[in-house]
Design a protein around this ligand. Sequence first.
Ligand SMILES: [Zn+2]
Length: 340
Amino acid sequence: MNFTCHPSTLISRIFIMRTSYLYALVAARYAVSHKMVLSNGSDVGQPAGYPKGQPIGQPVGQPVGGFVSVRAGRKQTPFPQWLTDFTGLKEWPGIDPPYIPMDFIDFDKIPDYKRYDQGVCGANPRESCSFDCDHCLAPDDVYTCRKISQTFDDGPSPATDKLLEALDHKTTFFNLGINIVNYPEMYRKILDGGHLVGTHTWSHPFMPSLTNEQIIAQLQWSVWAMNATGHHLPKWFRPPYGAIDNRVRSIARMFGLQAVLWDHDSFDWQLINEDQTVRTEEDIYRDVQEWKHDGEGLILEHDGTFKTVQVGINVNKILGDNQMTVAECAGGIDYIRAFP
Ligand SMILES: [Zn+2]
């Protein structure tokens, strides 16, 4: 196995350069309608809180904090011997993890839909069931909850601690594998608090733009990060940007993963944009009051930055602690397997 390890600071710099370029690209051409459609064609209506003309999920280049926080000199999760035996590698990968063949992946069962970039819709027929393009939901997608509940993506990060200190209920985190191995203590603190953790991929790519092998790599390395750091395997998977179609779903299902989307987007990431006129904290709290009044739904928030964590704490104050984890919302199980 040929794998070149980059110095972590370089990875961070490359990532920032790449994302700021993509951000400009995406911002220029992203426009989607905001109707949710089940894969059987029925319309579940416009999710509340979607300002007109706003994309689903975050832009590619979240400018402050970033998706992947890599700092030199910090203690990573040790790369376990079982993973060396399986992969031939000795260190955690950078943002482009290598594909490692796995016997439970059946390539014949992956539908042959075309790859597409963020915001470039129309390459595939509607039955490809893209959430980001068409707000299409598959029957096994979780996207709402009978009790209005918060969820937090993109951690663990240095800001996560503040959120953990403030929360009095169990919540759901969708963590990035690369952040898990770089913040192992924070990750274990989340688990110790009894919270639910699902995967948000290894390094936050736009999954439909990847090859099947790259999609597999993003999921397998995120699962291994959880296994090596917290001794468990995840059941729940939130695709970055809500970018998922039936090609991505079919691969995720082979990992035993079930997709989780949302019906209320806080758009908290807009608070850390340079242009702070897009959305204010007051806009978010006003939406949350409305959602609370309705009483149902899953809210998308982020624990990747201190700013969005503070908003999450304030949203928690508005909603209270009568919330559910995604597993409780779905009436399903937490982890498919935990190790002592
Ligand atoms: Zn994310």
